[in-house]
Design a protein around this ligand. Sequence first.
Ligand code: FE2
Length: 183
Amino acid sequence: MQSATSSSINLNTGPSGRAIAQPMDKDLLEALYQHTSLERDSSAQYLAMSLWLLERELRGFSNFFKKESLSEQEHGFNFAKYIIARGQSVELDAVTKPIQNWNSVEELVTLSFQMEADVTTSVQQLYSMAERSNDTRTTVFLDPVIDEQIKSEDEMAYLLGKVKFAKNDPSALFIIDNELNID
Ligand SMILES: [Fe+2]
């Protein structure tokens, strides 16, 4: 009986020659690329919001959205890192030009809430695809992402609720702006 030696093991390797433990479903990989783009687009969108608010002397709001922009960038990086951990190469798309004008702070925060909900929907779709292809590694990777999305939605809904109360009244908006500066 011949014992297995390291040279007799045939490893699957990815485009860069990295070892692959479990091949990844083609559609799932494509969806992970698209989600990575969505996170990068969100980052650019939050940056545009931060700048719009800065121009209008709302520094607290501006800081809040700057932090959001950086955290979306980090999310995009995490997805790319995961794709590499699975032995695949990352294909980056061009970042979509963000919306850069709003009629009110409420309109801006409403869009932010919608963006967070869209990101969660995309993660849920990834989750279903991963389950269909028995890719437990990906569902485990996505679990904390979903948890974080629920927190982001809650945070954005809270901010939207407060902004709605303010009804675009400048003095009320400045109170919220001061609170956001403390965080
Ligand atoms: Fe994100």
